[in-house]
Design a protein around this ligand. Structure first.
Ligand code: FEO
Length: 395
């Protein structure tokens, strides 16, 4: 961990987790991740903003020792999830004079998850400020990105906004500052899709509030720092807007090739009709993060699944459950399914996606391997999707 001074007296302390490949035992991490803590040296006091994953607490403490930090007055916790809060007990052991600064809800979570005792806390409310001498920390309660207790800390004089998870990326890097290139854009989009997309309305609200602040630096607690806030703010405004693109996400599983055949015909037909982009995923091999990213923009999702004991194949059922949790802004859903003796696939897909406000298009349910009349129905589905996109004005 190499401290990087991002403003005079403000240091990035990022612990890189290069080889972590799964988050929450669910989310793929192709680029690893980082847990960023920030040190603010005021004229009179010192504040540490967020800690790190408990696996990395020794790195954080070593970095503080190397910087010869003998006293921490305020340890700010913007979010209670353990990848940022897990090292708090170790920091409090090392710096027992430190007050743990957070909101009432976050305090409750830190007590529950980490057993931090009540006397350690200094509880703040929205808009409250703390001075460390020449530098003022202002706290902005920003719930539901992505837990109910989340908040931001704004360093007023230096115009740095510490956003914790919000505007972050799972991206381990030797560079503290974002290159603002395609790789960092996609890492941020993947992170938005996996973590923030279910909270789109809250995201929009918090973006508006950030726009009202004078911010020169956005310093999240995962991934790189943005010295040009516009890069990440405008990307988030695009992703969280109500606008969808002339794009279709097609996710399928096929056991003996029947559903696959129909899906292949669908993809050709969609492109022939005038769909700009089709993102095709085989659910047995696909990267969930790539699929989630595709759903950030797609106007339509098509699920291809054989009937498996008359319901969707379990691999498809798993994907549907994730989509229902991620709540993308998708407007239309199509279903293509092959069955042997009976099917409840369409009804089960509809009930699996109950959180989505979508129009379900007429399904294509095929008995066995698709015949010409089935493929004709598939082409009709492609035409219907194009017509719906045209009605939305996105063609
Ligand atoms: Fe990075 Fe919600 O923790």
């Amino acid at each position: 961990m190499h401290p990087v001074e991002i403003k005079p007296g403000v240091y990035y302390l990022g612990a890189q987790h290069w080889d972590r490949r799964l988050f929450d035992e669910l989310i793929p991490l192709p680029d690893g991740t980082s847990y960023n803590s920030y040190l603010v040296l005021g004229e009179r006091k010192t504040a540490l903003i967020d800690s790190v994953h408990p696996d990395k607490e020794d790195e954080l403490i070593s970095a503080l020792e190397e910087m010869k930090i003998e006293r921490i007055d305020y340890l700010v916790s913007n979010h209670a999830e353990q990848d940022h809060s897990g090292a708090i007990p170790a920091i409090l052991d090392k710096y027992p004079e430190a007050k743990l600064v957070t909101n009432e809800k976050c305090k409750e979570f830190l007590e529950v998850h980490l057993g931090v005792k009540d006397s350690s806390f200094l509880t703040i409310s929205d808009g409250e400020e703390l001075s460390v001498g020449g530098k003022t920390l202002q706290f902005i309660i920003a719930p539901w990105v992505h837990w109910p207790e989340t908040m931001f800390t704004y360093l007023k004089e230096d115009k740095v906004l510490f956003t914790c998870d919000f505007l972050g990326s799972h991206l381990a890097s030797t560079k503290a500052i974002s290159n603002e290139d395609g790789r960092t854009y996609l890492a941020a989009k993947r992170y938005y899709a996996e973590i923030m997309m279910p909270f789109r309305e809250h995201v929009k609200r918090h973006l508006k509030r950030i726009r009202e602040l004078d911010v020169e630096v956005i310093a999240p607690s995962h991934g790189p720092i943005y010295m040009n806030p516009e890069f990440i703010l405008s990307a988030y405004e695009d992703w969280s807007s109500d606008d969808v693109k002339n794009q279709v996400t097609v996710a399928f599983v096929s056991m003996y090739g029947s559903t696959r055949k129909a899906i292949e015909v669908l993809v050709d037909a969609l492109l022939s009709e005038g769909i700009e982009e089709v993102h095709l995923f085989n659910l047995t091999e696909g990267d969930l993060g790539e699929m989630a990213m595709s759903l950030v923009d797609s106007a339509t999702l098509v699920i291809g699944t054989p009937a498996f004991l008359v319901g969707p194949h379990p691999v498809a059922a798993y994907f549907l459950s994730l989509v229902n949790s991620l709540r993308p802004k998708t407007r239309f859903v199509g279903v293509i399914s092959s069955f042997g003796w009976g099917s409840r696939v369409f009804d089960e897909v509809r009930s699996s996606l109950r959180n989505l406000r979508v129009e379900f298009l007429d399904p294509v349910l095929m008995r066995g391997f698709p015949r010409e009349e089935d493929l004709s129905s598939v082409r009709s589905l492609a035409r219907k999707i194009y017509e719906r996109h045209k009605e939305l004005g996105i063609v």
